[in-house]
Design a protein. Structure first.
Length: 134
């Protein structure tokens, strides 16, 4: 599956085919960077989520959000985190982060701004197969 319409300088998208019980399945995996000055969530990411929802294609998003929220392990929250959390609640995505290990460290600043979002269809399998660092 060719997905150039869902890629730019901040989003890289790939279609992955895998086999379970002799049946081929497809999922989309995307890496998303959201600069601190950019809108949360990015419009192109919203289009990708909608495309996957409309076409019943499971989706995994690995995001550098620059957003803080307890839903993904942050000890605090910011406006970006609230907006992203509210957006996630309107989708078929679940936060797959586990633990409280910081994903960004600079000087004495240690935060969790990287968020893995997984389609509910894949959530149980992905969540239970990822080792948490705590």
């Amino acid at each position: 599956m060719n997905l150039p319409q869902f890629g730019n300088e901040d989003i890289t998208t790939a279609s992955v085919t895998y086999t379970v019980n002799n049946q081929d399945h497809t999922m989309i995996i995307a890496s998303v960077y959201v600069a601190i000055e950019d809108q949360e969530p990015p419009p192109l990411m919203e289009k990708l989520v909608q495309h996957c929802t409309n076409n019943h294609i499971p989706l995994v998003l690995a995001c550098d959000t620059n957003a803080h929220h307890p839903a993904w392990g942050s000890v605090d929250y910011n406006h970006r985190g609230i907006i992203l959390s509210e957006y996630i609640a309107t989708t078929n995505l679940e936060v797959a982060n586990c633990g409280t290990e910081p994903t960004f460290c600079a000087g004495n600043k240690r935060t969790i701004i990287d968020v893995t979002l997984v389609d509910k269809v894949l959530y149980r399998d992905i969540r239970t197969s990822v080792a948490c660092l705590a």
